[in-house]
Design a protein around this ligand. Sequence first.
Ligand code: SAH
Length: 369
Amino acid sequence: MTEGIAQTIARRIRAEGPLSVAAYMAMALHDPLGGYYARRDPIGVAGDFTTAPEISQIFGELIGLWCAELWQRVGRPDPVILAELGPGRGVLSSDLLRAAATAPGFRRVLRLHLVESSPILRAEQEKRLGQAQPVWLPSFEDLPDGPLLLVANEFLDALPIRQFVRGEVHWSERMVALDPGDPSGDRLAFVTGPESPAATLLAPVGLRRSAPGTIAEICPAGLALAGALGARLARQPGAALFIDYGYFPSAPGPTVRAVQGHRPVPPLAGPGAADLSAHVDFAAFAEAARVGGAETHGPMSQGRFLAALGAEARLAALSARATPMQRRALEGGLKRLLDPDAMGDLFKVMALVSPGLPQPAGFEANVEP
Ligand code: SAH
């Protein structure tokens, strides 16, 4: 029998010692043989989680209008790269393109680029978006130069994070080891590495004085993306829109979670079988983007952002041509995206823009800290 991902992870720990939480997440999510994204389409009712574009077409349509407006504000560049990071099943881009067609000229000059690591999801994207002749790329760094509009929904939460624990004097890194109660098996457990000044330097600056036992997270891949995108937006005109669940300002606490079949499961129990994600530290992400050279707007709550973009008016327009059953589905879907008790508050929206651009649509009502 071939080795499963749990055995591969255990073998690596036996050879190299405990893994950082980030190394564990990267293997569990992306190992080409047994990794979570390498093996399945995780999205939708039959999968493990459902996302905003899958819940309501209004989500992608409003983001399409947001992109079209920004394209006009940056001087209608031709061509313009329209990039999506982690497009899942391609629903967001497909709704976005339909709405973009209402802005004269925009649809014709945009070049769709999709950054996707999963071959299975890429095949799904091909089905929905093939006609738009997208270019697929493995990483953000591979995007060609030029004016850029970028969108990413539930992409940042999938990036691996590292965890640190405040000790008596210094911080230490929280690692993934073989369970000491089951040393010859493959069962995994969190352990705390040695305290060191080096680990203290890696802990989030604003949280370094937390009480002993505090856990804090950093997302090196997210910070690297924010820095690179910030530098790019300082050089070339454009904007990026990130929507994800997360927090602002930075806060302590472990947020890594695993979800399987729409239910939470222990994060170390089923590598490769469960989705792993972490809440986004929007304060750290914004700071890295600004250091890179971009200006940032938000985060603001998804509910208020979509409302400000005209979600209710779009619902009314769609409802006018819908059957009663379709109308109920449209109303229910939008309510889920907007309601503070559902996705409206936990999900947040942040824009990164080239310096000097006016405030993008949807952020006018932002009075959050
Ligand atoms: N945006 C989609 C899907 C969210 S799931 C939606 O809203 O429905 C996360 C997506 O990011 C998937 O498409 C996954 O394959 C992709 N992904 C995760 N990590 C990635 C990485 N490091 N590089 C490229 N794509 C990645």
